[in-house]
Design a protein around this ligand. Structure first.
Ligand SMILES: [Fe+2]
Ligand SMILES: [Fe+2]
Length: 194
């Protein structure tokens, strides 16, 4: 009886895991379709893999998560929006292209929360052709810090997804490769000193 019960539980667990895996695969497919050719393959976007965001996450992991959660929020809440712009804005919302924990950015660090949306927008505008919605997403994602509220639903969704992901990362509920990255960086620096 107990064995049968355990068997049913593990079967349910496997089904849940399979469903989650399929969902993640589908979100990935949508992100790739919306931004695979230019953003995901670009050299600058790839450098975000070397920068730590919160806790153990790289900026790249964080932006991918924000894109996934933005899609998930809009689905769950049945909010009709432009999914392509939602994804692209989410991927580029933290396109500031520096590590805000680095010593050379220590002055910026204090004002990072206020300044980085503007820096991200400037960088993204140089590298990609942005729509007005995508610009609004990047510019306003830190609202209310940025005072002026988002002007489109896509920007509201990304702002909410960003806050959710940042909270999860800060409390290590979302885990990335930041610690591994730090180890590799330290090792590289030590090798350089020899
Ligand atoms: Fe940000
Ligand atoms: Fe962010």
């Amino acid at each position: 009886m107990a064995e049968r019960h355990l068997g049913q539980r593990s079967k349910k667990g496997a089904e849940r895991w399979k469903k989650h895996f399929e969902r993640q695969k589908e979100l990935h497919r949508q992100i790739k379709a919306a931004a695979g050719e230019d953003i995901l393959k670009s050299r600058n976007f790839r450098t975000t893999r070397e920068h730590i965001q919160h806790g153990n996450m790289t900026v790249n992991n964080h932006c991918m998560n924000v894109a996934k959660y933005s899609l998930a929020f809009s689905d769950k809440l049945h909010i009709t929006c432009n999914r392509k712009e939602l994804i692209r804005g989410a991927l580029l919302h933290d396109y500031f292209l520096y590590d805000w924990h680095d010593e050379e950015h220590v002055k910026l660090y204090r004002f990072h929360g206020f300044r980085h949306p503007g820096v991200a927008l400037k960088n993204a505008s140089q590298d990609y052709r942005l729509t007005e919605r995508e610009k609004d997403i990047i510019r306003k994602h830190m609202w209310p810090l940025t005072v002026v509220p988002p002007m489109c639903r896509e920007a509201w969704i990304v702002s909410a997804a960003d806050k959710w992901c940042s909270l999860m990362e800060t409390f290590h509920m979302h885990r990335g490769h930041g610690a591994l990255l730090q180890k590799l960086r330290t090792k590289r620096e030590e090798e350089g000193d020899r």
